[in-house]
Every structure is written in structure tokens, then in C-alpha cells.
Design a protein around this ligand. Structure first.
Ligand code: APR
Length: 308
């Protein structure tokens, strides 16, 4: 029997994720939204691409959480997105309410699922999901570093005119202005970036990565990014459902790792059937560790505001 993945929120990020997952063919997909007809219409449209693309998995839309029952992974994209001039953190109050409701409904029907958080502000929403679900922390993970690292890789590839496949980049920390880019860990065919580009160029690419989401919000004006986010979501979901155990930079609740407790930030995690099967501790310099610590402290401020 194929695996089952539910995607909550049938907007840009949710529907594109559902499409990517359905096309890969490793899981049946249920798309849920509060707007009547929206998930049903989008799911039907995606399903009608199956004869052309040639995938066999089922995709359905619903306004009822009953249809999500028994999901292995529940992906939460429900909520507001930011408009030009807004930071992700300004979505906190509205999305806290939406995400709390979504999590309560989702875990009622899929008590054994892995929750993949996407709604922003991502790290705070991931923390909220752990608390609201009462799941062990290994079963709640958030999309952050896969997306931010993909953005950095894209910029490095363009700068050096090399294939993106040759690049490995690691962006850790908060999914926001306090993200932690570690150039020493970014490499082209194993050669650290620090030896390939001048410091000012690296600084410019890092800066563009930090504001990568805002650049797209400013261009779109009526929406935020969804193609690269959905690619990251599909990669993470696949690693979980197919038990690939990929090591990816993801948001996780920390309990002493990297010297951080009771906060969520992006760290390297091993993602498999059990969710976060391991938090991998890279060797970092004292200065890099301090930046991660400060990033996690910033998230604690948001957590306090949520009052969970
Ligand atoms: N339950 C289910 N769906 C909901 C709920 C809810 N309580 N509240 C809102 N939604 C749905 C909306 O109806 C909408 O279809 O969530 C969807 C959000 O889609 P978009 O507005 O297109 O936003 P999107 O770009 O997909 O971003 C969603 O992901 O990347 C983050 O910052 C982004 O927080 C935002 C989220």
C-alpha cells in the first residue's frame, strides 16, 4: 500500500507541494483547506495530469480532517503569508491561532504521524506544533535550512558558473534575519567556498540568501515563494516516508544540542521513518556556536510572545 501524506493549506505552497509529491509517486496525497472547493478543485486538476505525467498515486481534496486519518506525514502550510515590507515574525499572532487549530485536528486523526511545519514564522510555529501535538520532539520538524541552503547554492552556482549539483551548502539557525550561514561548510566539489571566492563576494551571497525570501515577496507583491519551498518540502517528506535517512538542515526543538535548550532552530538532522532520527552536531568554531546560540535566543522571544 502506498504511504499517505496530508497537506494542510491548499494555497501556493500547499498545492505545489501536493503536486510535487504526487508526481514523485511515493505517497497518496490528501489536500485540506478551510475554503470549500479549493482543495477539491486543485486535487482534481493535479489528478488529471496523471495520464500525461504518468503517476499512479491518488490525490484528493477535502475540508474534513477525517479524510487525513492515518497519514504518515502531515505537512502544515496553512496560514497567512507576508506582504512586501513585512518580516516573517509579523505573522506570529495570526498564524499561532491557525496553526494551533490545524495541529489539534491533524493529530486527532493521525496520532502517529510526523508533522512537517512550513507556516511562518517557521521556528516559532515548529515549537508551537511540538507543544500543541504533545508529540515527542523527534516527530516534529520544520522546513528552513533545505530552502535557505538551496538559495545559497543557487547563488554560488551562478557566481562561479558551475553546476548546482557540485555544490553543498549549509545554512543553519533561524529561518529569518538571524539565519546562520557558515561559509566554511559550503563547498564546491569538496573545496570550501572560503578558498574559492573573495570574502566580500561571499558576504554578498550570504546577504542575498538571508533576504532570499524577501526578494521574491518584493517581486511578486501578492504572494511569497512557493516553488523552492515546495521542492524542499517534497525532499524532506520523501526522506521520511522512504526512510532515506538523509542528513538535511531542518528546524528542530533542541534539548542541549549545540548548547541550546528549549528553542527551535535549523540544525543538521537525519530524517527517516521515525522523523528526526538524529541531530548531527557539526564541529563549529566558538564564534559560529555563539551565532547559533544567539539565533536560538531570538526565537525564544517569539516563543514567549506566543505564551505556549
Ligand atoms: N485550516 C486550513 N487551511 C487554512 C486555514 C485553516 N485554519 N487557515 C488558512 N488556510 C489556508 C488558506 O485558505 C489558504 O488557502 O491556507 C492557505 C495558505 O495559502 P496561501 O495564502 O497561498 O499562502 P502560501 O504562499 O501557501 O503560504 C502558506 O507557508 O511559506 C509559508 O509564509 C508562508 O505562512 C505561509 C504559509
Amino acid at each position: 500500500m502506498p504511504s499517505k501524506i496530508s497537506v494542510i493549506g491548499a494555497g501556493n505552497v500547499g498545492a505545489t507541494s501536493a503536486q510535487r509529491i504526487a508526481e514523485r509517486g511515493y505517497a497518496d496525497v490528501v489536500l485540506v483547506d478551510i475554503i470549500e472547493g479549493l482543495p477539491q478543485g486543485k486535487a482534481l486538476d493535479i489528478l488529471q495530469s496523471a495520464p500525461v505525467i504518468n503517476f499512479k498515486t491518488a490525490i484528493t481534496g477535502s475540508n474534513d480532517y477525517k479524510d487525513t486519518a492515518g497519514s504518515e506525514v502531515v505537512i502544515v502550510t496553512a496560514g497567512l503569508f507576508r506582504k512586501p515590507g513585512m518580516t516573517r515574525d509579523q505573522l506570529l499572532a495570526a498564524n499561532t491561532e491557525i496553526v494551533t487549530g490545524v495541529i489539534n485536528n491533524a493529530v486527532k486523526y493521525s496520532p502517529e504521524c510526523i508533522i512537517l511545519m512550513v507556516s511562518n514564522p517557521l521556528d516559532a510555529m515548529t515549537y508551537l506544533a511540538v507543544k500543541a501535538s504533545k508529540f515527542p520532539r523527534k516527530r516534529v520538524v520544520g522546513l528552513s535550512g533545505v530552502l535557505d541552503s538551496a538559495r545559497l547554492s543557487t547563488f554560488i552556482a551562478a557566481e562561479l558558473n558551475v553546476p548546482v549539483a557540485d555544490i553543498s551548502a549549509w545554512v543553519l539557525g533561524a529561518h529569518g534575519l538571524n539565519m546562520v550561514v557558515i561559509p566554511q561548510l559550503s563547498a564546491v566539489r569538496g573545496k570550501p567556498l572560503t578558498g574559492l571566492l573573495p570574502e566580500e563576494t561571499i558576504a554578498r551571497l550570504v546577504e542575498r540568501t538571508i533576504h532570499g525570501g524577501r526578494e521574491i515577496v518584493d517581486l511578486l507583491k501578492t504572494g511569497s515563494a512557493f516553488y523552492a519551498p515546495s521542492a524542499g518540502i517534497a525532499r524532506m517528506a520523501e526522506s521520511i516516508v522512504l526512510d532515506k535517512k538523509e542528513i538535511l538542515p531542518c528546524a528542530a526543538l533542541l534539548d542541549g544540542e549545540y548548547g541550546i535548550k528549549d528553542s527551535v532552530i535549523g540544525v543538521p538532522v537525519k530524517l527517516g521513518k521515525g522523523g528526526i532520527e538524529q541531530i548531527v552536531e557539526f564541529e563549529l568554531s566558538a564564534e559560529e556556536k555563539q551565532r547559533l546560540y544567539d539565533s536560538a535566543e531570538g526565537i525564544k522571544t517569539l516563543i514567549k510572545q506566543m505564551g505556549v
